[in-house]
Write a protein that binds this ligand. Structure first.
Ligand SMILES: Nc1ncnc2c1ncn2[C@@H]1O[C@H](COP(=O)(O)OP(=O)(O)OP(=O)(O)O)[C@@H](O)[C@H]1O
Ligand SMILES: CC(C)(CO)[C@@H](O)C(=O)[O-]
Ligand code: BAL
Length: 283
């Protein structure tokens, strides 16, 4: 089976019109390519609950706040299409930047609140770029349901807020983080780690899971977070941009008895890694 690659928006729309006219539901998996098993888990979830599945591949320039990061982002379209082939995806939509953002494009969607701390503070403008392109991708694909990974926890919250606030008729489905055998969350940027750095990158989730367990068992929060930060620094991570315990849904202060999330971004070997784990604080 091959994966049909569609580039022009008119071609995608013609295809989607046909599917919708037969009452078929459209599941969309937005990606920036360099696909791995994390992305494939989203595709499997989409296939399980939708009649048609569109994977989008667009390295969105508007969400990069570093030109170097954009230039270095892995681009592996042929391998991506081959990875999707056995899954029976109905379309791999690869729009041109000139069609997504034609000259004169002037609309930016900004989700306040949940987009502001953590990633929002460290990557200014990032979530405006994400919210804008996600709205565009939903409009272009006619998505009924869209699948996002919990690995990008804050992005998931931003997209849920976007859809609620703009009353978009799209159901957002959250999919659990897929990890390598040693615990490192799969991520396209992991490819940039040297073999040596990859060998100890899983210290990040190990430290986070330990801190999460300790806090769940009643350990003092600030002391536990400080110890976790210094464990990471001691293991060669730097800088640790943030490692914080937040309310899982609002990203405000974590409160006893409510779902919390431990979220981190830390650099290793010139690569920025992010991760998050659930924490249940005692009452
Ligand atoms: N390990 C993972 N488990 C589950 N979902 C994932 C995982 N990695 C990425 N995703 C999800 O795949 C979708 C597309 O993400 P994206 O293409 O940015 O990949 P990525 O691996 O997160 O790359 P990077 O973080 O390096 O940009 C997002 O919804 C993201 O949360
Ligand atoms: C959702 C997304 C595809 C928007 O460009 C991107 O932020 C990503 O890959 O997580
Ligand atoms: N995976 C989130 C997209 C980004 O880092 O730009």
């Amino acid at each position: 089976m091959t994966t049909p690659i569609i580039r022009p928006l008119d071609d995608l729309r013609a295809q989607v019109r046909g599917w919708k006219s037969r009452g078929e539901t459209i599941g969309v998996v937005p990606t920036m390519g360099a696909l791995h098993d994390g992305h494939l888990s989203l595709v499997h979830a989409a296939k399980a609950s939708c009649d048609r599945v569109i994977v989008t591949l667009f390295v969105n320039p508007r969400q990069f706040n570093s030109a170097e990061d954009f230039a270095k982002y892995p681009r592996t379209e042929v391998a991506d299409a081959a990875l999707l082939a056995p899954l029976g995806v109905d379309a791999l939509f690869v729009p041109d930047a000139a069609e997504v953002y034609p000259p004169g494009h002037s609309t930016v969607i900004s989700v306040s609140g949940v987009s502001e701390p953590l990633e929002g503070a460290h990557r200014p403008g990032h979530f405006d770029g994400v919210a804008t392109v996600v709205a565009l991708l939903f409009n272009m694909t006619g998505a009924d349901r869209a699948f996002f990974g919990e690995k990008d926890w804050q992005q998931l919250l931003v997209v849920q807020r976007l859809v609620r606030d703009l009353k978009m008729p799209v159901e957002i489905v959250a999919c659990p983080s897929v990890r390598a055998g040693d615990g490192l969350a799969l991520s396209s940027r992991n490819q940039r780690l040297s073999p040596g750095a990859r060998g100890h990158a899983a210290t990040l989730p190990a430290v986070m899971f330990r801190a999460a367990n300790d806090m769940g068992a009643g350990a003092e929060i600030n002391a536990t977070l400080d110890a976790a930060r210094s464990d990471l620094t001691g293991a060669g991570f730097g800088p640790v941009e943030y490692l914080e315990l937040r309310d899982a849904l609002t990203l405000g202060a974590a409160l006893p008895g409510r779902p919390a999330r431990l979220l981190a971004a830390a650099w290793l070997d010139g690569v920025r890694l992010i991760d998050n784990v659930a924490v249940t604080l005692p009452n």
